[in-house]
Design a protein around this ligand. Structure first.
Ligand code: MG
Ligand code: MG
Length: 273
């Protein structure tokens, strides 16, 4: 049994190293997909690229076959989620082709050595509008603001508040129904990591915890709806949405982002938990 603090798993240094490896596999898969994004590409082609990248590096795609508590109508059928424009998360890869001007959000996860990495990015397809560029950049920055608060001795609410304050300050709405999460031995662990909340509230952050922080920002309403396929979540008003996510280990020397490409081990191999 994993060690826990208030129900949140505490990973050993060895387990964090494995999480880092899982995260690097996810980072490679993201990089290969980003290189392939252009008008005319089908989202299922990106899915194939991600699955190949993950398996070549010894990982296992974690989304394929996923059905949380058997609550969904069917298990998720692919390695990535591909969500376009007003779609926020959980889009299913298909024959749909990317169009010039689209905002594509990709979510991808992998398991390595029994440990998980989970990450997402939004990217413009070809030339995109100023509105889309600004939204993507704001979402990316809101994630970084959240990550900066993933520190020993802080609280989950510090992360939530940093994301919300930045995003709402720019006039965006933050999706509330879908939130970030603890991660490690499972893709989804305790605690919830909302993208809204109050500083100084929520669970205490301790070394060896790991969180998937994942702001979803909308140009319009924060309200959502689920499409007829049972999985895809879109904005209720059809406005644009963007999503960034990284898996972050909390260490005594600060947050270690596992799901961005790194050449130096990222700190999980040398810094205390
Ligand atoms: Mg994800
Ligand atoms: Mg996630």
């Amino acid at each position: 049994m994993a060690r826990r603090s208030n129900g949140i798993t505490i990973k050993s240094e060895r387990e964090l190293k494995l999480m880092f490896e899982a995260g690097q596999i996810v980072a490679h898969a993201k990089s290969r997909m980003m290189d392939a994004v252009q008008p005319g590409v089908e989202t299922r082609e990106l899915d194939a690229i991600a699955e190949s990248a993950i398996r070549e590096l010894g990982g296992i795609p974690s989304f394929k076959g996923y059905n949380p508590g058997m609550t969904m109508p069917y298990a998720f059928p692919a390695t990535i989620c591909a969500s376009i424009n007003d779609e926020i998360v959980h889009g299913i890869p298909s024959r749909r082709r990317l169009d010039e001007g689209d905002v594509l959000s990709v979510d991808v996860g992998a398991i390595y050595g029994g440990m998980h990495g989970d990450s997402a990015f939004s990217v413009g397809v070809g030339e995109i509008s100023e509105e889309a560029k600004n939204l993507i950049e704001a979402t990316r920055e809101s994630l970084d603001r959240g990550i900066a608060k993933a520190r020993v001795g802080g609280r989950v609410g510090d992360i939530s508040n940093a994301v919300q304050t930045y995003a709402e300050g720019l006039g965006y709405e933050v999706v509330r129904k879908y939130v970030g999460h603890g991660i490690g031995f499972e893709m989804h662990e305790e605690p919830h990591v909302p993208n809204f909340g109050k500083s100084g509230q929520g669970p205490l952050l301790r070394g060896g915890m790991a969180l998937a922080i994942e702001p979803m920002l909308n140009v319009g309403t924060r309200e959502t709806r689920v499409l007829a396929d049972g999985w895809t979540v879109s904005t209720a008003d059809g406005s644009l949405s963007a999503h960034f996510e990284d898996t972050v280990a909390i260490t005594l020397n600060g947050p270690v982002v596992t799901t961005r490409l790194s050449v130096d081990g990222g700190g999980c191999d040398s810094k205390g938990v």
